[in-house]
Design a protein around this ligand. Structure first.
Ligand code: MRU
Length: 353
């Protein structure tokens, strides 16, 4: 198990979140006592990473019901207020589908309960989502590592942050790295710094160092040269939303990595849990890409490194076409092309559980 910081903790009355915007310089926590505070933490990236925001959203729904009960006596009014808060939580960030998935799960648990059992049912469901993610990450790690059986001295390139801070467990793509490292198969991990918000250098590099996994931090613009010059065996990244045809949204820069990996004949893998799949959309064209504050690009560490009013384009994610993805590492195994078929089979296996 990774020794890294865990992104969230439910203390019975509040969700305590490591404020990831302050890492690695300052380790500070936010104690979120309302659903609005959790939604705000998600929006500001204090808690981030697709699975972690799903878990945070689930606990936010627990708080939402408590708030509705404090405000209203009447059950239909409580129900309405609960669903209004759920809507606000789900809209905190648009791309990572784990968020909407978790809120839907909580609404389902609510629908299956009554005024006496709802609070307990919601808490149990949130705790189950968190626990499930721990197990899912472990399985993803094992399934990803199985791709490299018999291979040693591996050099893997990764992007953004997919570790303990981004999930409830050891991570998704990061879980594969942890598993390979524990089996002595890794030479080192090359981690992109991940502009504009530096999740790679601030978070992934910190987690790699804490887990004592040999690593090398590079700027995003070095990735192609590193692929050519440093004998990279594979690129493994996480995902925020995967369409039914395998097109995958992940942190901006992922698409460029996939293009460069194809040019250099390096296998490119996505690692993600079932909650990151959006079976309702046919392709990546339907994925809404979050655009964020232009100052994220104009500034580094709160200081302007560009003219204050320069026009900026700041999409937080991009979509990698399925044709560039060698495999999608899930908790149930590695999905391979043709993805329309393997993802449909995977979806069926989930509904039959
Ligand atoms: O904007 P962020 O930091 O939430 O983006 C995170 C990513 O893009 C991750 O790669 C993805 O959520 C997978 S986390 C296991």
């Amino acid at each position: 198990m990774s020794d890294c910081l865990h992104s969230l903790l439910w203390d019975g009355n509040a969700l305590i979140i490591v404020d990831q915007t302050q890492l690695p310089e300052i380790l500070t926590y936010r104690r979120c006592t309302s659903s609005r505070m959790v939604a705000e933490a998600i929006r500001e990236l204090a808690v981030r990473g697709a699975p972690a925001i799903g878990v945070a959203a689930a606990y936010a729904c627990v708080l939402a019901l408590r708030e509705a009960r404090t405000e209203y006596q009447d059950w239909p009014q409580i129900r309405q207020a609960f669903h209004d808060s759920c809507q606000a939580i789900a809209e905190a960030r648009p791309t990572a589908v784990n968020l909407a998935w978790a809120v839907r799960q909580m609404q389902k648990a609510f629908a299956e309960s009554d005024s006496k059992t709802a609070a307990q049912k919601l808490l149990e469901r949130a705790q189950a989502i968190e626990k499930e993610d721990i197990d899912t990450c472990r399985r993803i790690g094992e399934n990803g590592a199985s791709l490299f059986e018999g291979k040693n001295s591996l050099r893997i390139l990764t992007h953004c942050n997919t570790g303990a801070l981004a999930t409830a467990g050891i991570g998704t793509a990061f879980g594969v790295l942890v598993t390979l490292a524990s089996r002595g198969q890794l030479d080192r991990v090359f981690a992109d710094e991940t502009r504009p918000l530096l999740q790679g250098s601030r978070l992934t590099a910190t987690e790699l160092m804490e887990d004592q996994i040999p690593c090398c931090l590079i700027t995003d613009s070095m990735a192609s040269a590193v692929m050519r010059d440093k004998r990279i065996d594979a690129v493994i990244v996480g995902a925020d939303r995967i369409a039914a045809n395998g097109d995958t949204a992940n942190k901006i820069g992922t698409y460029g990595l996939a293009v460069a990996a194809a040019y250099h004949h390096i296998p490119f893998y996505i690692a993600a849990p079932f909650s990151t799949f959006d079976f309702s959309i046919q392709s990546g064209k339907e994925i809404i890409i979050e655009e964020r504050n232009p100052d994220e690009i104009r500034q580094i560490g709160g200081h302007y490194t560009a003219p204050k009013d320069v026009p900026v384009y700041n999409p937080a994610f991009d979509v990698t076409p399925a044709s560039l993805i060698r495999g999608i590492i899930t908790e149930k195994g590695v999905l391979t092309p043709p993805y329309e078929e393997s993802i449909l089979k995977y979806e069926r296996s989930l509904t039959n559980e």
